[in-house]
Ligand binder design. Sequence first.
Ligand code: SF4
Length: 261
Amino acid sequence: MLKKVKCLEMRNREEWFFLILLFLTLIAIAIIAGAIWYLQVVGITSITRFILTSLSVILSVILVIFALGFGSIVLILILERPISWLILPTHLAVEYLFPLAIFAARLFGYSKEDLLRSFIQISNRLVGIRGIRIKGEDLLVLLPHCIQKFDCKYKVTSDVENCRRCGQCAIDKLLDLKEKYGFHMAVATGGTLARKWVKEIKPKAIVAVACERDLASGIQDTYPLPVTGVINIRPEGPCINTSVDVDDMEKAILKFLERSD
Ligand code: SF4
């Protein structure tokens, strides 16, 4: 156990940023609940006392659920194994504390992008710990449209096989991986098309490439479907001629695939 905690300490510290902000958010909720409780004790009329008591009870219940969710995330990361009965509080904490954590990040002068990156890392680890193993045909690799060379005239959003493999964007190398491992691959111009591909292909897991913001919202939108997020490379700024590290993609894909040996 001690060894595992030590190993956890040594992991990328960026991951902890999200957890620390979730913890600070919990503390803030606890302070507000405590302040409301104190106000009701010194409440002037019985009506204000009743309203403040109800408010502090509601906040306390929310606090307990979120604390359980937060505790379960930390526990799963330390034990490095999934705990099925903690899935719901974990999801509730991530889903509902996340916007508050973004607010806290801004309050403490941190960038939203740093928090989103940290969230994606934690989410990827939680998905990895679930130990999901599937066949290539059950995996979907979802790419953003901006990964295609800006002036390429072939319409890969309707079918990625329309790519002529000229090598000017990462789609060429990703098609090599697709042929090697037999997964589905699709290009989406936005959330609506991404949802359409998911509905049509019905994958059991997704490896998605996008910027921090789109990945974080995509991971939350598709829950409980397991999604590993790979942050794109943006040499010319956002949304144009983006790319992805193909080795990172292969590692993310292989984490889901059943081994043939
Ligand atoms: S590899 Fe070439 S043909 Fe294929 S999508 Fe990229 S630019 Fe277009």
